[in-house]
Design a protein around this ligand. Structure first.
Ligand code: CO
Length: 147
């Protein structure tokens, strides 16, 4: 019997998440250095404990996240990375529940309860623990437009 290749789950790279001390200052830096403009101005996402803004690039987005509230999950990251830094990568998946179940069946840990939450794009998301992914926090999101 041959070794069955698991189904490919990663769709389009939707965005790269960047933790910021200040979204306003980070947007100003991208403007000054790269001529990039903010495409979605800063808004609060209290359920995730973050402020969010997006900068569109030709084939993807930068998701700028800043702590919102004392319980924000970003505080720990900024403690280790006081100037901010690359926080996660997000890939689209065809079906978020199937993707979650496949991750678990393949031995990876889903952060939190494992129940998908609604992310900054208004579609369900999960995060795969970086201990299982070579140190990179991986966000999986239902493909926008399917909902
Ligand atoms: Co994200």
């Amino acid at each position: 019997m041959g070794h069955a290749m698991p189904e490919m789950l990663l769709g389009r790279l939707n965005h790269v998440g960047i933790a910021c001390v200040s979204i306003d200052e980070t947007v100003a830096m991208y403007e000054q250095l790269f001529g990039a403009t903010v495409s979605t101005p800063k808004f609060a996402l209290p359920a995730q404990g973050v402020w969010v803004a997006f900068i569109d690039v030709a084939n993807s987005q930068l998701e700028l996240i800043e702590p919102l509230g004392a319980e924000s999950p970003i505080h720990g990251f900024l403690k280790k990375n006081p100037n901010g830094g690359q926080h996660h990568m997000c890939f689209e998946v065809a079906d978020i529940i199937e993707a979650r179940d496949a991750m678990r069946a393949r031995g990876a840990t889903i952060l939190g309860t494992g129940e998908p939450r609604i992310g900054a794009h208004g579609v369900p998301i999960i995060f795969v623990h970086p201990k299982d992914t070579g140190g990179v926090l991986i966000e999986l999101m239902a493909t926008p437009g399917d909902h």
